[in-house]
Design a protein around this ligand. Structure first.
Ligand code: BDP
Length: 705
């Protein structure tokens, strides 16, 4: 077999000719011509995608024809414009405005594959779905698909700074070239919009949540407008991060107090100015009173005051405020995991209708494994937006192969018990549990200027999977891996089977070699690259790893039961009971909720100490297994990408061992016990691991140094 080299730029949208001749012949016969309803920019985008996609996959010029046609045809048309006899075969009653139907119907001996919906954007989403079907070699005969997104706002959050560095970015610089905008439209902007539309992402916040007020000045808004124009045909709305002190920094006011009349007016004027040039502007994303960012509390006001003030400024234009719940204070001695809940839950139901509170998936910070955030089960009257992190700040940067949709799925399928058993986080997020009016899911982007966008070729799967889950939070991660592999690499069953297995197991591997048995936040400080469980000298207690593992001679773990911080009380009684009781607490969460002696007996009969070492070793062994799997995949993958992944897996193995050795040596200073026999001996001393410094590790926020 020979393969075209792929540098990965095309993502899952590579349209090389279908290699299976039988499949190709069938599709060519079924799609002899295309009928397209005439229309605006979105219809043009569809036409362009069909010319590239259908033209490429079928390896021929696309013939556009009238309806009815002389042969079998693809029909792309809004329902309202379809001929009457086509309408009779299709029911769009249950579609929402972004939804679509793909249906294969027969008329006078001809086959018509109809993509239809209520709006143009539905047709675009349907077109991408069809191209996916073709790339996966699925049958068109008898096709009858109906899809509507279950979540309203499906959004990427770019933590991109105006100097093009990216906070927690590991795949190059920001793709937004502010210097050449608005005049120069990089092809990447268009391809970015295409890629997002192909997985249903419909919103993007362009700038870092640690915001720079300059983005709201005319000089930058003109550039934002240019991007918004590129994105519009693809249904992608632009949001900006709003720095709460902007009225002072760029408005010349003396205060940013949300109850001050001048401040209120300043934001109203700013909204009017933005909507004048970007009529479909999405709204503001805000990080306030968190990690040094300004906010309403600087003026003795509450998050509610700040949120509603901004919301009022956007109401006339149907814009939204997305207010982040990632707040914790150095002045609060309370367990960090409890603080956001205490801050926001009392105001449930008091937010304006155009407000969403954006909550990270877990109560601490995007760890390899966390229980779901208790707010998801506690604010039935407020739209809560899920925030996942696609970039791997705590999961090995862009060098580790860790398939994140598996993590996302675990969170979404967790039971909050809010309305009894089965009240999953997914049902909360998609609004079905409380019939929420506004719903959303955000993912902190892993995209940069690297040729393949995400650094690690498998990082693309995380972007892809995030989009698919935002469209339908009940999807399973295995089906997503299947789609991504087939559309990105190959349909070969042997390849799919092995690599899918590797992807699905990769998330547990990273948990094992970094943070097993419920350990969390034991990363080296500031850059979060590698282990740093010994760090205990930072000014804020909750920035220190020792705060989270609490290891001492008696044992290890954070007691969050009644005898400890009682963070468990923020969950529903059924959850509290299960996780609070050592008999029933799943061992993956043991040290998240309990402080236990080193010789505590695990279900396996081994001590906690042995169990820890065994898990760390298991993580290392899993990476070795991944390396084996990948070696065997050589016949199925082009040399370029095979080599890339092979080298990256080498780094992953090195770092998995580093984690195992550094953590076990450090914890041994407390446990004073021998390593379990299953564990390989450490390769270096604890002093060596402690001495490692990474002054230029990527993705750090300069002001945090
Ligand atoms: C933490 C990151 C920090 C972000 C912060 C946030 O370390 O860079 O600014 O989250 O989400 O995970 O605001």
């Amino acid at each position: 077999m020979s393969f075209a080299m792929s540098n990965g730029y095309e993502l899952w949208l590579n349209y090389d000719k279908i290699s299976d001749d039988t499949v190709l012949k069938t599709y060519r016969n079924q799609l002899q011509s295309v009928f397209m309803e005439e229309g605006g920019a979105t219809m043009e985008a569809i036409m362009m995608e069909l010319e590239m996609g259908l033209g490429g996959l079928l390896d021929r010029e696309i013939r556009f024809d009238s309806l009815p046609s002389s042969g079998n045809q693809l029909v792309v048309s809004k329902y309202g414009s379809l001929p009457k006899d086509f309408k009779e075969d299709i029911n769009i009653d249950y579609l929402n405005s972004e939804g679509y139907i793909i249906k294969h119907i027969k008329k006078s001996g001809r086959g018509y594959l109809v993509i239809t919906g209520k709006e143009d954007i539905g047709l675009l989403y349907g077109t991408f779905h069809l191209l996916r079907i073709l790339k996966m070699h699925q049958t068109l005969e008898g096709l009858n698909l109906e899809e509507s997104p279950k979540v309203d706002i499906r959004m990427l959050n770019h933590w991109d700074n105006l100097d093009r560095t990216i906070e927690r970015g590991y795949s190059g610089f920001s793709i937004w070239n502010w210097q050449t905008l608005p005049d120069y439209i990089d092809q990447r902007y268009i391809d970015y919009a295409r890629a997002n539309a192909s997985i249903g992402i419909n919103a993007t916040a362009l700038t870092n949540v640690n915001a720079n007020a300059l983005i709201l000045t005319p000089q930058y808004l003109e550039k934002v407008q240019a991007l918004a124009e590129v994105f519009r045909p693809y249904g992608l709305k632009v949001y900006l991060t709003a720095r709460f002190s902007a009225p002072m920094e760029i408005g010349g006011l003396e205060t940013a107090d949300p109850l001050d009349q001048e401040v209120i007016q300043w934001w109203k004027n700013k909204a009017a100015e933005i909507y004048k040039s970007i009529p479909d502007f999405g709204g503001f994303l805000v990080k306030a009173n968190s990690e040094g960012q300004p906010g309403p509390q600087n003026y003795g006001r509450t998050h509610l005051d700040g949120t509603n003030m901004l919301a009022d400024a956007l109401t006339p234009y149907k814009g939204n405020v997305i207010w982040r719940a990632f707040v914790y204070s150095e002045h609060d001695a309370e367990d960090r995991a409890k603080q956001a809940y205490s801050e926001f839950v009392p105001d449930d139901g008091k937010y304006r209708d155009n407000v969403l509170i954006q909550v990270k998936n877990g109560p601490i910070d995007f760890q390899p494994r966390e229980p779901f955030h208790p707010m998801f089960g506690a604010m039935p009257n407020t739209p809560l937006m899920m925030e996942f992190q696609i970039t791997k700040e705590y999961l090995g940067f862009a060098t580790h192969l860790v398939y994140l949709p598996k993590l996302f799925e675990e969170v979404l399928q967790s039971d909050t018990y809010q309305k009894g058993k089965g009240s999953t986080v997914a049902k909360m997020v998609d609004g079905s549990l409380n019939t929420k009016k506004l719903t959303g899911m955000a993912g902190v982007s892993n995209i940069g200027t690297d040729t393949n966008w995400t650094g690690h070729p498998f990082g693309q799967a995380d972007w892809y999977g995030f989009g698919r889950l935002a469209w339908d939070p009940s999807m399973n991660s295995e089906a997503i891996a299947d789609e991504w592999l087939r559309t990105t690499f190959s349909n070969d069953e042997e390849f799919i089977k092995s690599v899918k297995k590797m992807m699905l197991e990769s998330r547990e591997a990273v948990v094992n070699y970094m943070n097993p048995l419920g350990l969390h936040h034991i990363f080296d400080t500031s850059h979060h690259y590698g282990p740093g469980p010994w760090v205990g000298n930072l000014s804020r207690p909750e920035w220190n790893p020792v705060y989270y593992h609490k290891a001492d001679e008696d044992g290890i773990g954070f007691d969050r039961t009644k005898t400890g911080s009682n963070a468990l009380s923020q969950y529903a009684p059924a959850f509290e009971e299960k996780f609070g009781n050592l008999e029933t607490c799943p061992e993956e969460y043991l040290l998240w909720f309990h402080h236990l002696p080193w010789d505590y007996q695990l279900k396996s009969g081994r001590t906690l100490w042995d169990g820890l070492g065994i898990k760390y070793q298991q993580g290392v062994d899993q990476v070795k297994q991944m390396i084996n799997t990948w070696e065997n995949m050589k016949p199925y993958v082009d040399e370029y990408r095979h080599n890339q992944v092979r080298m990256l897996l080498g780094i992953q193995l090195k770092e998995a061992k580093w984690w195992r050795d550094a953590c076990m040596l450090y914890f041994q200073t407390f446990s004073k016990m021998d390593f379990p026999k299953e564990m390989e001996s450490p390769e270096n001393t604890l002093e060596y691991y402690k001495s490692l410094k990474f002054p230029y590790a990527p993705g750090i926020r300069p002001q945090w140094d």
